[in-house]
Design a protein around this ligand. Structure first.
Ligand SMILES: [Mg+2]
Length: 294
């Protein structure tokens, strides 16, 4: 049974994402009779949504987590729209968690079926976040990675290795309801889904549709533990690490720290004094593909 037709779908291609294959993607899409636009920046993306939001029902973005993060600004709280993803970024954390594959034909076929999931979002200092936000080592990496001209996995790995040598742990005070945690930490992750991208799984138990988010505290660890940490990260085995603490959060938390760089879905940001994280339950409708395990 098909709920939607070709004319209900709009592809939005971000050529600035990790892969420079936007022309190829565009050719394939137009060959299949589906509408598409190529947007070079956030302003263009805003204009595309302004002009097209009422003309289409399914918006499929070809890009990475950053592009998905931009798109949710226009689609959250819209119970008559669906978001789909053609993974074309450097990490594709959210797309991977939801089982989106790089197959345009099959993606369009699934889109027309109209199956979808309600997904939670996070509000981090009033910025929407669909995948993962964090303070510490990963935000330090995100800040350094964004400065690089070359994107892609190789460039990302070299950024991470350099950060291992230069990053220092920081003090944090975290308030969750009546509970207060004061600790020296390497990293604080606020997880809506389990992974950063490239199947690096920081919070194996996180699901974007369970109305909870996970606070993951990573304690400072000796230098020689890094390879073990990375191994466990990529095999989803961090759950039992003695350097990790996982806290399930229902509604909100507040973090005060002397390290003020953070990221939402890999996009770097900074805060003055506090960081507020809040759960926004069932805010987004994401199209479901046949590969989705949620
Ligand atoms: Mg969750």
């Amino acid at each position: 049974m098909k709920k939607f037709e070709d004319k209900d779908i709009l592809f939005i291609i971000n050529p600035n994402s990790g892969h420079k294959k936007s022309k190829k993607i565009a050719e394939k899409i137009s060959g299949l009779g589906i509408s598409y636009v190529i947007t070079a920046n956030e302003t263009e993306l805003e204009k595309v949504f302004e002009e097209n939001i009422e003309n289409f029902k399914i918006f499929i973005v070809a890009g990475g987590d950053g592009t998905v993060n931009e798109a949710i600004k226009y689609l959250y709280n819209r119970n008559d729209k669906l978001l789909g993803i053609f993974p074309a970024g450097s990490g594709d954390g959210f797309a991977r968690e939801l089982g989106f594959k790089k197959n345009i034909k099959s993606l369009i076929c699934d889109a027309k079926k109209g199956d979808f999931l309600f997904i939670d979002l996070l509000s981090i200092n009033n910025n929407l976040c669909i995948n993962i936000a964090g303070i510490g080592f990963d935000s330090y990496v995100a800040h350094n990675f964004q400065k690089k001209e070359k994107r892609g996995l190789k460039s990302y790995i070299s950024t991470v290795i350099k950060a291992v040598f230069s990053f220092k742990p920081f003090n944090a005070e975290i308030n969750i309801g009546n509970e207060k945690i004061t600790e020296k930490l390497q990293m604080i992750t606020i997880a809506n889904t389990g992974q950063f991208g490239n199947n690096a799984i920081i919070s194996p138990q996180s699901k974007p549709n369970d109305n909870f988010f996970e606070l993951v505290l990573v304690k400072p660890f000796p230098f020689f533990i890094y390879p073990v940490f990375v191994f466990r990260l990529f095999f989803g085995l961090l759950k039992n690490s003695k350097y990790m603490k996982f806290i399930k959060v229902k509604d909100k938390l507040e973090i005060k720290t002397d390290f003020n760089l953070y990221h939402t879905d890999g996009e770097r940001k900074s805060f003055e004094k506090e960081l507020f994280a809040e759960m926004l339950q069932n805010k987004m409708r994401i199209m479901k593909t046949k590969h989705c395990k949620l």
